[in-house]
Design a binder for this molecule. Structure first.
Ligand SMILES: Cc1cc2nc3c(=O)[nH]c(=O)nc-3n(C[C@H](O)[C@H](O)[C@H](O)COP(=O)(O)O)c2cc1C
Length: 177
């Protein structure tokens, strides 16, 4: 496994995936990285929902594309796995969204470390007001209204080489001694 610092630098958003299932053991390791993220007051508020059901991914994709205003676009790039992260408003209303972003960040690094690719796919916040999302939560014994959608990860084995990172923009790094 690469060093953490190297993984952070070499991770890239992947937008082309192999048609290859990801073993459950790897998915669990990635999700565990999300579960171990820091959270406001240590409340461990985000929920992480891993979806490999192709029909459900298609339904989510349709909603996501509709929200984006580009119907019929595969906004998840054909990834075999979609991980949805939502922050619990009941457990941590002040930091629910921030908690979820950190879980997503951890999982992106973990996926890369394990040889997988991922891409943050937005519009989870809006998504939660759609029936398909409400039904997902309901099927898990949860109420979508108690959560804020934070983001999704498209996840899978990358097809082709990873893109090169854009140069880091200047004037974003300051030190005060
Ligand atoms: C909050 C957030 C939302 C994003 N939403 C999308 C998205 O909806 N679709 C997409 O293809 N990429 C999305 N991305 C990925 C960014 O486009 C990507 O991180 C950026 O271009 C930098 O590339 P890199 O991740 O390879 O460093 C999102 C990233 C973040 C952090």
């Amino acid at each position: 496994m690469e060093s953490v610092l190297n993984c952070i630098k070499t991770r890239r958003s992947v937008r082309k995936y192999k048609d290859q299932a990801v073993p459950k053991e790897l998915l669990k390791q990635i999700v565990e990285a999300g579960l171990y993220a820091a959270s406001g007051k240590g409340k461990q508020a985000p929920v992480i929902i891993t979806i490999t059901n192709r029909d459900l991914i298609t339904e989510i994709t349709q909603v996501n594309a509709e929200i984006m205003g580009s119907p019929n676009t595969d906004t998840f790039y054909g990834a075999p796995v979609v991980i949805l992260v939502a922050g619990s408003l009941k457990a941590n209303d002040k930091t629910a969204f921030a908690d979820g972003t950190l879980a997503l960040g951890n999982m992106m690094i973990a996926a890369h470390a394990l040889g997988l690719g991922s891409c943050w796919i937005n519009r989870a916040k809006e998504g939660l007001s759609y029936d398909v999302y409400k039904d997902i939560f309901h099927s898990l014994g949860l109420n979508a209204e108690d959560f804020v959608g934070v983001g999704h990860l498209a996840l899978g084995y990358p097809e082709g080489d990873l893109p090169v990172a854009a140069p880091r923009l200047p004037m974003r790094e300051f030190y005060i001694d």
